[in-house]
Design a protein around this ligand. Structure first.
Ligand SMILES: Nc1nc2c(c(=O)[nH]1)N[C@H]1C(S)=C(S)[C@@H](COP(=O)(O)OP(=O)(O)OC[C@H]3O[C@@H](n4cnc5c(=O)[nH]c(N)nc54)[C@H](O)[C@@H]3O)O[C@H]1N2
Ligand SMILES: Nc1nc2c(c(=O)[nH]1)N[C@H]1C(S)=C(S)[C@@H](COP(=O)(O)OP(=O)(O)OC[C@H]3O[C@@H](n4cnc5c(=O)[nH]c(N)nc54)[C@H](O)[C@@H]3O)O[C@H]1N2
Ligand code: SF4
Ligand SMILES: [Mo]
Length: 760
């Protein structure tokens, strides 16, 4: 549609980063440049098919799109690795060098030495790290990875408990709930599906009571909740277990449901292999360990007053149906597996699963197909081995010692006991994991600096990020506005979103797909890689794929463009209910667990053989860094790192509009500020044995005493002494992983805070 001033207004997806949503934008394009961005204005069905309206990040996108620091040419390292000195080179030189290094490393160490790290910057067909993995597969294979930094623990233990991650319902069903516990969940800020906060608001208008359980008084607590309960981070499993104590001892549990659908609730329900071992109820009542998990017990651990615990337990057990929705930060912690299972156990013993208005807790993806994240076929990986994505530093240091005890998948199939190579070549695409989003950055940087470990590092991004500083070669990627692409929902939704190419790539930048395709050409495998398709033709391919598999009515590319549709959505009139079949008839529809039932006692976790850290029934375990440990003498504050509206992780970190709207600050309680003589706005150092960072503090009662919060994702910017200058949390975090799922435990951190001048 062209306006009188020759501006075209085109509907498109908001560039699909890992932002927690998928929304529509209306881009005004004038003379080859996007000059204005608005959001969804399509007529809506407010419940079945609400508009996909943008958050501040989508609305501020132009500042990123035309940022003066965009990478426009390939760069080659000069000087030492990590110093950040580069010179521009031509694409031909860059790809020749890359092809040469890839081939050299492959010939020396084998395919298992090539690695594309976890990276979530691009989720359209044509942007993102899948384009690189596809190339390495065509090239003959590489070391793969599985799981995510996001929900490492819940991804693995949700199916351990109920046999699937798709145990949630479509969100419209929240309107059938009487009580919603937003447990460590902050959908008004940390987006978790476009419109999740909106559906909570609708449920509340429909009469649901909403309780927020979070160490911080979040925007969700302020705008969506009737009650805020603050607790010490990492102690949720204790609170949940004490709720179970109240529910069981007051006989508020759903005995019939437990009898029909659960396994391991009490001694009568233990699988025959483990008869006589501690059941879930045994743990709650303290039958074996002589510690009854009473509200008094949990008050000591969590700080939540005992009467509040009793009241919360009664609310949850009697206000039915109820939703216990878990956010993900609390499982990105030391024993993250436990809290997920403890929440699911509460849902199970109250019979809140498989019914309208209920919720299984855990990951709880919707039971209907999708979202699909990306459908560009990566192809088979002939190498066949995969590591947990968080363990890449281990695979650099001692990959050849990593076996199944490190969660490596595929070894028996390949007739191997361990990996056959350490990681020697890294191609990081749409990722700032290497030197920003991973744990313990000072330690990680040492590994990256050592050229005898990883011999060649390629970073492909829109900007020169902290990870880019460790590259030997930097490749400039264009943005999602500058190529064709398709996206779909983020965790929820039934939509296909088109991202038409709006403008030409800036400078010499290219789409991730084009970069891989050109590299394939240099390697002599161009045709296998592209199958003869360019970005637009793959977009047509993807739409055909969506249509064939899931959306028979999905229009063609031409129709979508013609109607300026932006997105195609299937309205939800009858929300699908997770685990409904199982609940109706558990015999006919057994779960995909060893017992076919909800495993309150997990046989799989029992067989893991480490009951202290991976108990078979969900338990509260004191974390390896905690206010109760010796470490608290030196480092008395727990430091959490929320996902902020200022950024998508580190994406948008240089967006001045967003920084102004959401200033980067350390939240600290007045009690903790006063004892350190801190005033609101003071510059503070946050430190522990792993590192130090500097940031301004906000003194606020919106956080529990003893806890500080530093939003994750600012760019690691060490000064000459190695002190980070931009409040980058991961100089403080640890590289340790959760024991069963091998997931990130980046939220378990103890620190000290001091006025900056005290330290300097
Ligand atoms: N704006 C924005 N939205 C995003 C993202 C983003 O970068 N920015 N990233 C997206 C991605 S990739 C992901 S994985 C998700 C992440 O989603 P989450 O992991 O759920 O998001 P967080 O903000 O880390 O944490 C949610 C809340 O948990 C609280 N919390 C921290 N520790 C604990 C604890 O031990 N117990 C309890 N009860 N609460 C705790 C925090 O204070 C916070 O308010 O968000 C997605 N949405
Ligand atoms: N301490 C702490 N650390 C955390 C977390 C936490 O809660 N606390 N959360 C973790 C979580 S849940 C996640 S998902 C990870 C996310 O970590 P990452 O996946 O590394 O996400 P980003 O930091 O957004 O980095 C994505 C990069 O992709 C680039 N990019 C954007 N679009 C494109 C494109 O089209 N092509 C290319 N080539 N590049 C592009 C961006 O500029 C950016 O540098 O961080 C984890 N790290
Ligand atoms: S939630 Fe994500 S897709 Fe939606 S506007 Fe914000 S950044 Fe864009
Ligand atoms: Mo994530």
């Amino acid at each position: 549609m062209a306006n009188s001033d020759n501006t075209k207004v085109i509907r498109t997806g908001c560039p699909a980063h890992n932002c927690g949503g998928r929304c529509l934008l209306k881009a005004h394009v004038q003379d080859g440049r996007i000059v204005r961005v608005e959001t969804d204005d399509r007529p809506e069905d407010p419940l079945a098919n609400p508009q996909l309206r943008a958050c501040t990040r989508g609305r501020a996108y132009l500042r990123r799109q035309y940022h003066p620091d965009r990478l426009t040419t390939p760069l080659r390292r000069v000087g030492a690795r990590g110093e950040g000195q580069f010179e521009p080179i031509s694409w031909d030189e860059a790809l020749k060098e890359m092809a040469h290094q890839m081939t050299r490393v492959r010939d020396t160490y084998g395919h298992g030495s090539l690695f594309v790290p976890y990276g979530t910057g691009g989720y359209t067909q044509m942007t993102g790290s899948q384009t690189a993995r596809r190339l390495l597969n065509v090239f003959g294979g590489h070391l793969g990875h599985y799981n995510s930094y996001s929900w490492g623990a819940t991804n693995i233990v949700t199916p351990t408990t109920v046999g699937t991650v798709n145990c949630g319902s479509e969100r419209q069903d929240w309107l059938n709930s009487k009580l919603i516990l937003m447990w460590g969940w902050n959908p008004a800020e940390a987006r978790d599906g476009t419109n999740s906060d909106y559906f909570i608001l609708q449920a509340r208008r429909n009469g649901a009571r909403v309780v927020c359980i979070d160490p911080r008084h979040t925007a969700s607590a302020a705008s969506l909740a009737d009650q805020w309960i603050a607790l010490r981070p990492g102690t949720d499993a204790a609170l949940m277990t004490a709720m179970a104590y109240v529910i069981i001892t007051e006989n508020l549990h759903d005995a019939d449901f437990i009898q029909r659908c659960c396994s391991g609730f009490d001694g009568s329900q233990m699988p025959h292999e483990v008869k006589g071992l501690e059941s879930y109820q045994d743990y709650v009542l303290g039958t074996f360990d002589s510690v009854a998990k009473t509200p008094e017990w949990a008050e000591e651990i969590t700080t939540v007053p005992r009467d509040v615990i009793v009241d919360l337990a009664r609310q949850y057990a009697t206000c039915k149906p109820a939703v216990l929705y878990q956010g993900y930060a609390m499982q990105r912690r030391a024993y993250g597996e436990q809290v997920v299972r403890a929440g699911m156990a509460l849902a199970a013993i109250t019979g809140n699963l498989g019914i309208k208005g209920g919720w299984a807790s855990g990951l709880s993806s919707q039971p209907t197909p999708g979202p699909y994240w990306t459908v560009l076929p990566e192809g088979e990986n002939p190498h066949g081995l995969r590591i947990p994505c968080f363990l890449w530093t281990e695979a650099v240091l001692r990959g050849k010692e990593m076996g199944q005890d490190h969660g490596v998948l595929g070894l028996p199939e390949q007739g191997m006991k361990t990996l056959d190579s350490n990681i020697k070549f890294i191609w990081s695409v749409a990722s700032n994991i290497l030197a920003n989003q991973h744990g313990n950055l000072n330690w990680t940087a040492e590994i990256l600096r050592d050229e005898s470990l990883v011999e060649f590092i390629v970073v492909q991004d829109n900007f020169l990020t902290p990870s880019g500083r460790f590259a030997d070669l930097i490749l400039p990627a264009c943005t999602q506005f500058e190529t064709w692409g398709v996206a779909d929902g983020w965790k929820y939704g039934q939509e296909v979103i088109l991202l038409p190419k709006l403008v030409e790539p800036l400078g010499e930048s290219k789409s991730d797909y084009r970069i891989a395709a050109d590299l394939a050409q240099h390697l002599g495998i161009g045709q296998q890689y592209t199958e003869g398709r360019d970005e637009k033709q793959w977009t047509v391919w993807a739409l055909d794929y969506y249509r064939k598999n899931w959306f028979p009515e999905l229009p063609t590319l031409e129709e979508m463009l013609e109607k300026n549709m932006g997105a195609y959505t299937v309205p939800v009139h009858e929300p699908a209910i997770g685990l409904a079949d199982f609940r109706r008839d558990p015999q006919a529809h057994p779960l995909d667990t060893p017992s076919g039932k909800i495993e309150l006692f997990s046989l799989q976790m029992h067989q893991f053989g480490q009951p202290e850290v991976v108990p078979a029934v969900p338990k509260y375990i004191q974390e390896w860094e905690s206010p109760f440990g010796e470490e608290a003498v030196k480092f008395p504050l727990q430091c959490i790192s929320n996902h902020t509206l200022a950024r998508v992780h580190s994406t948008h970190e240089n967006n001045d509009w967003l920084r102004e709207a959401h200033p980067h600050q350390l939240w600290i309680h007045p009690v903790d500020a006063e004892s350190r003589q801190l005033k609101d706005g003071d510059l503070v150092c946050i430190f522990n044995d792993r590192g130090t960072t500097v940031v301004a503090c906000a003194v606020t009662r919106r956080i529990l005493p003893g806890v500080v919060n530093l939003p994750q994702g600012t760019w690691w910017t060490p000064d000459a002494q190695g002190v980070d200058q931009r409040g980058s949390i991961n100089v403080l975090t640890s590289e340790r992983w959760t024991p069963f799922a091998f997931g990130a435990a980046l939220q378990t951190v103890m620190v000290q805070v001091a006025r900056q001048e005290v330290l300097s």
